[in-house]
Design a protein around this ligand. Structure first.
Ligand SMILES: O=C(O)c1ccccc1NCC(=O)[C@H](O)[C@H](O)COP(=O)(O)O
Length: 242
């Protein structure tokens, strides 16, 4: 069975590393310099970093220069997310050297542009499916954006290579991932799924590792690592053992 990939999160708001609760502004913890956080995950053995520009996602500015600087100083693979909605932001994101970008809002509001981006960039494009129930949310998770499964079918048909699936109600809550949602998404697509939101324990990672055969490829971990629920070396050892 394939090994579950782990992606420690570095979400950037106002130049600081943060983790929000359910994506709500002003909630959650602040964790200092994003570069220091990213280097700490890299030194602890991370193979990936999930790097998010929350200001760009919310439309409250951006941390583009800082994010490009962080990306340029890391040796690990980067998944870059937040506010990538047009040619300029996509080119800037890809120019950081990241392995892939996540498109979120654009997949809901600019489907033709997203189809072109998928055609042009292949598996460097993933789509973030951020949901409450089965309703997608865009613009930093502040606006409804259509039905999860209709959008998934459309993106599959357009050749989308991978999905990052977040249950917003679990995100940052340390109450565990929504395994049923992940199962349902995996049942409706043959593309790999990266799980995000709510991971609280090594047992949660074991449960996700047991789903690699269903299509769960990776897991983004934020709050649990910052708050010390487990360490990254412990998590990496768990997924390496299979
Ligand atoms: O990724 C986004 O675009 C985004 C937009 C608005 C609010 C939050 C957003 N991302 C949050 C994350 O990527 C979290 O770091 C990740 O889901 C980890 O969650 P957790 O392990 O529950 O802290």
């Amino acid at each position: 069975m394939a090994k579950l990939e782990l992606l420690p999160a570095v979400d950037v708001r106002d130049g600081q590393a943060v983790q929000l609760v359910k994506g709500e502004s002003g909630t959650g913890g602040r964790y200092g310099e994003p570069l220091a956080a990213a280097l700490a995950w890299q030194e602890a053995g991370a193979e990936w970093i999930h790097l998010v520009d929350l200001d760009a996602a919310f439309g409250t500015g951006d941390n583009r220069a800082l994010i490009a600087d962080v990306a340029g100083r890391l040796d690990v693979k980067i998944e870059l997310s937040g506010g990538i909605r047009d040619d300029a932001s996509l080119e800037a994101a890809l120019a950081t050297g990241c392995r892939r970008v996540n498109l979120g809002t654009a997949a809901l509001e600019e489907p033709e542009w997203v189809a072109k981006a998928i055609a042009a960039h292949g598996d460097r494009i993933a789509v973030g499916l951020d949901v409450r129930g089965t309703t997608l949310r865009g613009r930093g998770w502040t606006r409804d954006g259509g039905n999860l499964y209709e959008t998934l079918a459309r993106l599959d048909a357009e050749g989308c290579a991978r999905y990052v699936v977040t249950d917003i109600n679990q995100d940052g809550t340390l109450t565990g991932p929504n395994l049923q949602l992940l199962r349902d998404v995996c049942a409706r697509t043959d593309r790999p799924v990266v799980a995000s939101g709510g991971i609280s324990s090594l047992d949660d990672l074991r449960a996700l590792a047991a789903m690699t055969g269903e299509g769960v490829e990776g897991a983004i971990v934020g709050t649990a690592l910052y708050e010390g629920a487990f360490t990254l070396p412990e998590a990496l050892a768990l997924v390496r053992e299979g």
